[in-house]
Design a protein around this ligand. Structure first.
Ligand SMILES: Nc1ncnc2c1ncn2[C@@H]1O[C@H](COP(=O)(O)OP(=O)(O)OP(=O)(O)O)[C@@H](O)[C@H]1O
Ligand SMILES: [Mg+2]
Length: 519
C-alpha cells in the first residue's frame, strides 16, 4: 500500500468505525425498538378495550350514559387516546369520544388493527352470553411516529456531520499527503539532475518549512554545480596553457640540446684544426724553400753546388723531405677528413633539430667500430694530454641498421662524461674502456671509466633534464642521450659501485633493423 493511501486510511479510520457503529445502532433502533413500541401500543389497545368491555357490562345493562362515562374516566385520561365509540345491543351509536376514526368496528374483535396514524381494537360487551353492545378504542401513534421521526432526523444529522467530518479528514490528509508526494517527485527530479527545479506547492506548517529547506538545498546544489563547472573550465584552460608552456619548454630543451651537441663537435673540430695548423707550422716546406734559395744564390749555380759536400748530400735530403712531405700530406688529409666529418655531423645535428617533427631519422647500415672510433677520435688529444688509457674491446664486424648520427651523439656524450669523470679523479689507473658485443636481440655498447663514480642516490637523477654535479656542466648530455636511445628503440642504463669507483654506461640498440636489412 502506498504511503498516500495509508495516511488517508489512518486519518479516516476512526470516522469509518464510528459510522459503522452508528449505522448498526440506528438499524437496531429502527428494526427493534420502534416495532417493539408499536407492539406495546397494540397490546395496550387490546388490554384497554377488554378492560373497557368489562367495565361497561353494568352501565350498558342499565343503559345509563352517566355510568358509562364514569366507567371510562381513566381511559379518557390516557394521553394517547384518540377515539372511543360505544354501540348498544342494536349496534346503534351510544357514545362517541374524540375524533372519529374510519370503520371503528371493522375486522376481528379483540385484535388490534393499525391504520392511518392510530391503532384500534373493538370488542362486544356481553353479560352471561347476552349481547349488551360493543366498544371500540383507538390510540393515536403520533408520539410513536414522533420518536421515529426524531430518530430519523438525528440519524440524518449524524450522517451529514459524519460525511462532513469524513470530507474534512480526507481534505486534511490530502493537504499533508499531496505536498509529501510532490516533494518525493521533486527529490527524484533533483536527483536526476534537474537542479533548476523549485517546489511551488502550498504546504501547511512544518511541511512548508521542509519545502523551503528543499528549495534552499537545491539552490545550493545548483550553485555548487555551477562553481564546479567554472572550476573545471578553469582547470582546462590552465591545462591548455601548461601544454603550450611545456611545448615551448620542449622546444627550448631541443634548442639547448642542439647547442650542447654542436658544442661537443666544435670542441673536436677545434682540436683537428689546431693539429692541422701545428702541422702546417712545423712543415718541412720551409726547409725545402730555404735549400732552393741556397742553391740559387750559389756562385756557379746548381752544377757548382753539387760538387760541394752539401751538394752531394742534396739528393738524400730531397728524398727525405719528399717522404716527410708525403707523410705530412697524408696526416693533413686525414685531419681534413675528420674536419669534414665534424662539419657533416654539425649539419646533421641542425637538420635533426629542424626535422624534430619526424624524430625517426635516416636509417642506414652502421659499422659499430667506425662510429665508436669517430666518437673516440673527438677526444683523442685530450686523452693523450691527461694520460688516459683508452681500451678498445670490439670487433670491426659488428653492424646494425640504425640512425648513425643519433648513435654518434650518444657515444660522444658518454665519452665526454667519462673524460670529465677521469679528470676529476686523478687516482690511477686512468682508464676508459669501450666494449661492444652482439646479443641475441641487440648490440650492446659499454663505456666504463675509472673516474669519480656516481653515488647510489644520484643514479636515478642523472638522466633528469638539467641535473649536473659539474661546475661547468649543464645536465643535458645524459637526458638527450637517453631520449635518443629511446628513439632508436633501445635503452641507456648507468651503474656505479659508488664515489671514486668509476661508472659504466650501457647502451642497447635492437637488432630488428639489421634483420630488416637482411630480409
Ligand atoms: N661517467 C660518469 N662518471 C660519474 N658521473 C657521471 C658520469 N656521467 C655522468 N655523470 C653524472 O651525471 C651528471 C649528468 O650528466 P650529463 O651529461 O647529463 O650532464 P653534465 O655532463 O653535467 O653537463 P652537460 O650537459 O654539459 O653534459 C653529471 O653532472 C655527473 O654528475
Ligand atoms: Mg655531459
Amino acid at each position: 500500500m502506498k504511503l498516500r493511501d495509508r495516511l488517508l486510511l489512518f486519518s479516516t479510520a476512526q470516522l469509518l468505525l464510528f459510522g459503522v457503529l452508528f449505522a448498526l445502532a440506528y438499524g437496531a433502533f429502527a428494526r427493534g425498538v420502534l416495532p417493539m413500541l408499536e407492539h406495546m401500543l397494540e397490546a395496550k389497545s387490546q388490554v384497554a378495550t377488554h378492560a373497557a368491555g368489562n367495565a361497561l357490562e353494568v352501565p350498558l345493562g342499565a343503559d345509563d350514559l352517566g355510568l358509562v362515562t364514569g366507567a371510562l374516566a381513566t381511559l379518557f385520561a390516557d394521553p394517547d387516546l384518540a377515539y372511543v365509540a360505544i354501540r348498544d345491543n342494536r349496534d346503534q351509536p351510544k357514545l362517541s369520544h374524540g375524533a372519529p376514526v374510519a370503520e371503528p368496528f371493522g375486522g376481528t374483535p379483540g385484535v388490534a388493527a393499525a391504520r392511518d396514524g392510530y391503532i384500534r381494537t373493538w370488542e362486544p360487551v356481553t353479560f352471561e352470553g347476552m349481547k349488551l353492545g360493543s366498544v371500540s378504542v383507538a390510540f393515536s401513534t403520533t408520539r410513536l411516529d414522533a420518536i421515529g421521526a426524531w430518530a430519523r432526523r438525528i440519524a440524518l444529522g449524524v450522517l451529514l456531520i459524519w460525511l462532513a467530518a469524513l470530507g474534512y479528514s480526507v481534505v486534511f490528509a490530502r493537504s499533508f499527503v499531496s505536498p509529501i508526494h510532490a516533494m518525493m517527485l521533486f527529490s527524484r527530479k533533483v536527483a536526476g539532475g534537474a537542479l533548476a527545479e523549485r517546489l511551488t506547492i502550498a504546504a501547511p506548517g512544518e511541511l512548508r518549512a521542509l519545502r523551503d529547506y528543499l528549495n534552499q538545498m537545491t539552490a545550493a546544489l545548483e550553485r555548487r554545480e555551477a562553481e564546479q563547472k567554472e572550476a573545471a573550465a578553469h582547470v582546462e584552460k590552465i591545462q591548455h596553457e601548461l601544454l603550450t608552456v611545456s611545448r615551448m619548454a620542449g622546444m627550448a630543451e631541443i634548442a639547448t640540446g642542439v647547442l650542447h651537441n654542436v658544442g661537443n663537435v666544435l670542441n673536436s673540430l677545434n682540436v683537428s684544426v689546431s693539429m692541422i695548423s701545428d702541422q702546417v707550422r712545423g712543415s718541412r716546406i720551409a726547409g725545402l724553400s730555404r735549400s732552393i734559395e741556397l742553391v740559387d744564390s750559389f756562385p756557379g749555380g746548381l752544377p757548382a753546388f753539387l760538387d760541394t759536400a752539401k751538394g752531394k748530400a742534396l739528393p738524400t735530403y730531397l728524398s727525405t723531405v719528399s717522404r716527410r712531405l708525403t707523410e705530412e700530406n697524408a696526416k693533413m688529409l686525414e685531419e681534413l677528413g675528420s674536419v669534414n666529418r665534424h662539419v657533416d655531423h654539425i649539419k646533421t645535428i641542425v637538420a635533426m633539430q629542424q626535422s624534430y617533427a619526424h624524430p625517426a631519422g635516416v636509417l642506414e647500415h652502421v659499422v659499430i667500430s667506425a662510429v665508436i672510433n669517430d666518437a673516440l677520435h673527438m677526444g683523442e688529444s685530450s686523452f693523450a694530454r691527461h694520460g688516459i688509457e683508452v681500451i678498445k674491446d670490439y670487433s670491426n664486424t659488428l653492424g646494425v641498421l640504425t640512425d648513425r648520427h643519433k648513435l654518434l651523439q650518444i657515444l660522444i656524450n658518454l665519452i665526454s662524461n667519462a673524460r670529465h669523470a677521469l679528470k676529476d679523479h686523478r687516482a690511477p689507473p686512468q682508464q676508459l674502456t669501450v666494449r661492444a658485443r652482439e646479443t641475441a636481440t641487440a648490440i650492446e655498447i659499454e663505456i666504463s671509466d675509472t673516474g669519480v663514480g656516481i653515488p647510489a642516490e644520484n643514479l636515478d637523477k642523472i638522466f633528469q633534464h638539467g641535473f649536473t654535479t659539474r661546475a661547468r656542466g649543464h645536465g643535458f648530455g645524459l637526458h638527450a642521450s637517453a631520449n635518443a636511445a629511446r628513439e632508436l628503440g633501445g635503452t641507456l642504463q648507468a651503474r656505479s659501485e659508488g664515489p671514486g669507483r668509476g661508472a659504466t654506461f650501457t647502451l642497447e640498440i635492437p637488432l630488428e633493423g639489421k634483420h630488416a636489412v637482411q630480409n
